[in-house]
Design a protein. Structure first.
Length: 132
């Protein structure tokens, strides 16, 4: 008996295994990721690449390009690993002419400066939320 390409080829055991795997994977919600992105709003550029930085005008969240932070082919790093960066510095980090090690060191330096500031900013935001 020849199978149709439209028939269900996965057996019951395969379907159950896939369902268990899907339940195990915790995907971040939009709210969990957006709080890190929102923390970058209104900040100055933390990347501060000499000769490239334009300052505060066009600050956007710059995600890490390092695989240890969740970056992969066609996959952004987790929102937790973002740094406020101006448009020019962000472009330099993503596609600039510098060596990868220099870019990683620049981003890591910026993240170390930004991380305590972000924690303080997020803590202050949580304290200002009214609970009814």
């Amino acid at each position: 008996m020849k199978r149709s390409p439209f028939s269900n080829t996965a057996g019951r055991a395969t379907v159950l295994r896939r369902a268990a795997i899907k339940r195990r994977i915790k995907r971040p919600t939009v709210a969990e990721g957006s709080k890190y992105l929102a923390a970058c709003r209104g900040e100055s550029c933390y990347l501060r690449v000499p000769g490239v930085c334009v300052g505060r005008q066009t600050v956007v969240p710059a995600h890490s390009n390092q695989s240890r932070h969740g970056k992969g082919t066609a996959i952004k790093a987790k929102h937790e690993f973002t740094v406020p960066g101006c448009r020019a510095c962000h472009a330099w980090i993503d596609a600039g002419p510098a060596a990868r090690d220099v870019k990683f060191a620049t981003w890591d330096r910026a993240y170390e400066c930004w991380k305590p500031m972000r924690a303080e900013k997020m803590r202050a935001r949580e304290q200002n939320v009214c609970v009814v």
